[in-house]
Design a protein around this ligand. Sequence first.
Ligand code: NDP
Length: 247
Amino acid sequence: MDGPAKTRGMSKLAVVCGGSRGIGRAVSRLLAERGCRLALLSRNEDAARAAVAALHGADHVAFSCDVSKEQEVQKTFEKIQSACGNISYLVNAAGINKDALLLRTRSEDMLALLHTNLLGSMLTCRAALRSMLHAPGAAIVNIGSVVGLKGNAGQCVYSAGKAGLEGFTRSLAKEVASRNIRVNLLCPGFVRTDLTGGLREEDRARSIPLGRFGTPEEAAQAAVFLLEASYVTGQVLVVDGGLQLAM
Ligand code: NDP
C-alpha cells in the first residue's frame, strides 16, 4: 500500500468528480481525513462548496463542472493544475440514472446517460493524465455498477454505460501502467444515496445476501483501498453485500 497521503512534502491532490453528494462525497471525506487536498467537482457549485466546507482540514477547493461537456472538463482541469498542482488521485463518481424499459427510453435520455456516465469518465481521465504523470503513485478509480456486469431489466442504457467503463478501465490500465499510474473500477450494488432515494430498501433488500443497502462510507472505503493499493491495477472490485451472487 502507498504510504501517507503526501508527495514530495506536499499533501496529495485528489480530484473527485461528483464529490458534492453520495459516494463521491464519502470518498472525499475519507481522503481528507487521510491528509489529501481535495478538488470537488459537480454541476452545482454551491453544493460542492458546501461539501468542501464540511471537510476535515483546509486547502480544499470546489469547481462547477459538467463532466459530460468536453470544453468545461478541459478548462476545469487546467484551472485545477494551475491552482493546486499535479493530480495524484482521480475518482469518477459523477453519475445519473434514468431507469425505464428500453421501449420507453427517449433518445435524449440515452445520450444523457452515456454522456455523463461513460464519456464523462473518459474526458476527465484524459484531462487528468498529463498531470498524473508527474505525481508518484498516481491512481484513478472509476465507478461502474454490478448491473454493468450482470445486466438489469429497466436499466439497459445505464448498464451499457457501466459495462463500457469496464473495458475502458482495463484498457487504460494497460496504457498507463508503464508510467506507474493505476486504474481500477469499483462496482457497487445498492448504496443509500440520492440515486437510490426512490427505491424501497425493504423490498430490494430481500435479494441482497447481507439483507440491506450499503452506506456511502462502505463504498468509499473500497474506493480508497483501490487508490492506495500500489500493486493493483485493471481490476474490478464489487462492493454489493453479495447481490451479484444472487443475480
Ligand atoms: P448521487 O446522486 O448521490 O451523486 C451523484 C453526484 O454526481 C453528485 O455530486 C452530482 O452533483 C454529480 N453529477 C451528476 N451528474 C454530473 C455531471 N454531468 N457532471 C458533474 N457532476 C455530476 O449518486 P451516487 O453517489 O449514488 O452515485 C455515484 C456513482 O456511483 C454513479 O456513477 C452511480 O452510477 C454509481 N453507482 C451508484 C449506486 C448506488 O446504489 N447509489 C450503485 C452502483 C453504482 P450535481 O448534481 O450537482 O452535478
